[in-house]
Ligand binder design. Structure first.
Ligand SMILES: Cc1cc2nc3c(=O)[nH]c(=O)nc-3n(C[C@H](O)[C@H](O)[C@H](O)COP(=O)(O)OP(=O)(O)OC[C@H]3O[C@@H](n4cnc5c(N)ncnc54)[C@H](O)[C@@H]3O)c2cc1C
Length: 440
């Protein structure tokens, strides 16, 4: 019988850092399950690392203060920076240029956050994951193995798993669930069946902006991934820039019945463009609070409109209220050739798929951003949709991230405990420390 101390769902940063910390705390017989053939989760994506308590975590959600957050991030940083291909890209100490940008943003009532940032690039992802895995000696990986249900048998937790059409059972004293965004809804449904409490949290809906790199270099040369936070005048909503990739590429995330836009950058090979997400935080209350379904409806609408592919629109067309079309997409006369798209989305009209309030908020924020970084609204600038961040399931937990069911802990993006690699790692460490402290 396969019997372990800790059963971990997901080999992303939350699961891997949890395993590293459990081992450091003297725990053995750890099992990590991942339905993919290669352990990594989102660690194969870009690897832009923000070491700042204001980015990627919510202090209230994790029930820690600023100092604890910075201390945990410092621990995570020590692991990352020992990987030789990881390089620092934003230096915040005594950086007068950052102060100048903050001042300009402030003049437009925009909050500006410049975190200490490091980057290893999508092309170094596998090497980085191997480096992390080499730190584990008491952890067994079950790859290509999907956890399909969680049960209770003889005082143990039991994972029912599927690998190559065959089912198997694995037992454990405790569970850490860190299924990422791709496994979030499976885990939400599964956890409800076994009585784990959860509810809906906010969702981020918006677009990815891609522009000629030259237009955004003045800011990204100082802060690799600058965070601008807007509070819109018309609706009073929160919009923010997120995941900036200087010299990067637009990419897609595949889900079962829709596709989402995202972006990354390689370490060794840069493009002529920069891209970043511009997202609007949406919370729903009465009579419909299901932010997941709201986001899925938007995503499916784009899937339909784009014939299965995301949609892209030039700012030049957007301003004129026109859809973009294949025939004029790279038109020289309209100056569209200044920015060649790095992803082959379908030219169309993004306003057909997004609610009017979100379009208003995004456009107001883009116009404000253009006052801070002039030139970003060049007609050639590309707006891709949909970019949606499903961090929308909230699991009430204690300060060790244990749920209402004793022995079941949660961490990472899929359970609403983080929004990014460093945050996911931090939450994995908190859960690991909680598991070790209470059960071993
Ligand atoms: C294109 C792209 C670029 C990104 N760039 C950055 C960036 O530069 N910086 C940054 O901080 N963040 C970035 N992110 C986000 C980052 O990847 C996530 O924040 C992070 O990976 C979350 O970590 P996690 O451990 O919570 O989940 P994940 O990394 O998503 O890992 C979860 C794992 O669980 C597995 N799983 C799910 N359900 C099951 C199941 N039932 N059975 C078995 N296995 C299961 C999944 O296969 C997955 O491997 C990017 C994301 C994308 C898509």
């Amino acid at each position: 019988m396969d019997d372990f101390n800790v059963l971990i769902i997901g080999s992303g940063p939350a699961g891997l850092f949890a395993a590293i910390w459990l081992e450091r705390l003297g725990i053995d017989r750890i099992a990590i399950f991942d339905r993919t053939q290669y352990s990594a989760g989102g660690l194969l994506n870009d690897g832009k690392l923000n070491f700042d308590y204001r980015v990627g975590i919510d202090l209230d959600e994790l029930q820690i203060d600023k100092k604890e957050a910075q201390d945990l991030m410092h621990e995570v940083k020590q692991v990352f920076i020992k990987f030789s291909r990881c390089q620092q890209v934003t230096f915040i100490e005594n950086n007068e240029k950052i102060d100048a940008w903050r001042k300009i943003a402030g003049e437009h009532n925009v909050e500006f956050i410049a975190p200490e940032q490091w980057h290893y690039g999508t092309d170094n992802g596998r090497q980085f994951v191997d480096y992390l895995r080499n730190q584990l000696s008491h952890t067994t990986f079950f790859l290509g193995t999907e956890v399909i249900s969680i049960e209770r048998e003889n005082e143990r937790f039991c994972f029912v798993c599927r690998k190559d059409q065959k089912k198997g059972k694995y037992f454990g004293k405790t569970v850490l669930s860190s299924p990422g965004r791709s496994g979030a809804y499976w885990f939400r449904d599964t956890s409800r069946k076994i009585g784990v409490n959860n509810n809906f949290g906010p969702i981020d809906v918006g677009i990815r902006v891609e522009l000629s790199r030259k237009s955004y270099d003045p800011i990204t040369d100082v802060v690799y991934d600058p965070k601008f936070i807007f509070h819109t005048k018309r609706h009073g909503d929160r919009v923010r820039t997120f995941c900036t990739n200087p010299g990067g590429r637009v990419r897609i995330e595949n889900y079962d019945n829709f596709k989402l836009i995202n972006g990354d950058a390689l370490f060794d090979r840069k493009t002529e463009n920069t891209n970043f997400a511009l997202i609007n935080t949406v919370s729903l209350t009465q009579p419909f609070s299901d932010t997941t379904e709201f986001g899925r409806m938007i995503a499916r609408q784009f899937f339909l409109l784009g014939g299965g592919r995301p949609i892209v629109q030039r700012i030049g067309d957007f301003r004129e209220g026109k859809r973009s079309s294949q025939s004029t997409f790279n038109s020289k006369t309209r100056h569209f050739d200044r920015c060649r798209a790095t992803y082959n989305a379908v030219p169309g009209d993004i306003t057909l798929g997004l609610p009017a309030r979100i379009v208003d908020n995004l456009w107001e924020s883009l116009k404000t951003l253009d006052k801070i970084v002039p030139g970003i609204l060049h007609p050639s600038t590309l707006l891709y949709a949909p970019e949606i961040k499903f961090f929308d399931t909230h699991f009430p937990t204690d300060r060790h991230l244990e749920t209402n069911i004793e022995g079941i802990f949660v961490a990472g993006d899929g359970t609403g405990k983080s929004r990014g690699i460093v945050g996911a790692a931090v939450s994995g460490i908190i859960a690991a420390t909680g598991i070790a402290g209470k059960y071993f």
